[in-house]
Design a protein around this ligand. Sequence first.
Ligand code: PLP
Length: 394
Amino acid sequence: EIKLAKRVLALSPSPTLAITAKAKELQDQGLGIIGLGAGEPDFNTPEHILHAAKKSMDEGLTKYTPSAGLPALKKAIIEKFSRDQGISYRMNEVIVGNGAKHILYTLFQVLLDEGDEVIIPAPYWVSYPEQVKLAGGLPAIVECTEENEYKITPEQLKASINEKTKAVIINSPGNPTGMVYSREELKAIGEICLKHNILIVSDEIYEKLIYGNQTHVSIAELSSELKEQTIIVNGVSKSHSMTGWRIGYAAGKKEVIEAMTNLASHSTSNPTTTAQYAAIAAYNGTQEPVEVMRRAFESRLETIYSKLTAIPGFSCVKPQGAFYLFPNIKDAVEKCGFKDADEFSEALLTDVQVAVVPGSGFGAPDNIRLSYATSLDQLEEAIRRIGKFVEEKM
Ligand code: PLP
């Protein structure tokens, strides 16, 4: 028997895995499953990006690149920051990595010493606590309320700071809630972080998927002090429908980026060269496809939101970004006689063949997550089935 390292034994498996495995099993039995578990846009990568990738390969550009990414890509990212956020970064303040997920992993590895705490507002993206633990840190989970749109308040932030606190994660627009922090909210959070010297990890991967009259504000753009205090994490996965290309990046103080680059030089060497050429086209080319996808998500949200909230025992703060609905279904779970939302989700899959992700893995056991990165027909059918399921069980 092989004895595995303690650090992996402490890892929690991805909560989406169990339901995905079950969904696949039922699919193989020939049952028509509607999967609402996906965390990726259902569009093809735009044509001009594919073309740039193919062209680079034809030109023989298929070798190692600098560990922190091609200078041309870093330039394109720096221009994106200046265009969208009005902030300027130097070349040594940006690192490109193999997806935002791996960038976050590398970031926590270089920031955290054993026992350092990272404040993580819940509901949170499933990988944050695991990545913090893998770096020897301690996740300090702060439960955010539905009344406050699942966002951390300045009071909650202040109350969770102690001498071990190293950083706080702000994810806006957020996965799984779709909530967006306003300029004022970020300003209040920023002031506290500056006062207590807490670093801000700002995960802005859903920046371009934002609806209604909301706008994306990066906490780093609020002042030069906050820019210094913040490491922005972003990428092309969600904005340009490029999840499989694995390109993400971080921008922040030189010392942090240098340390991350050193670590990358011994772990990944560089993000895939072809994918980097694709990402250059994503940022330097037309942004029209980004807006087309955004509008498609928004129109789906507008169509299905009221149908979802009409289901008895479901309540849902209306998402302002990303592509998830995160209803609180506590009432429905109780009235249908289930133990919890996990059990509810499993029955939903077995009885009416709709796969959703239970909220327990996101630190919100009363909720479920439904992705609307799928066709409107499928979404409407899924919600019809969920509604019927609840009404029959109640
Ligand atoms: N951050 C959040 C909040 C996410 O939801 C995801 C993807 O699901 C990522 C980061 C990672 O994105 P990627 O590694 O595809 O760039």
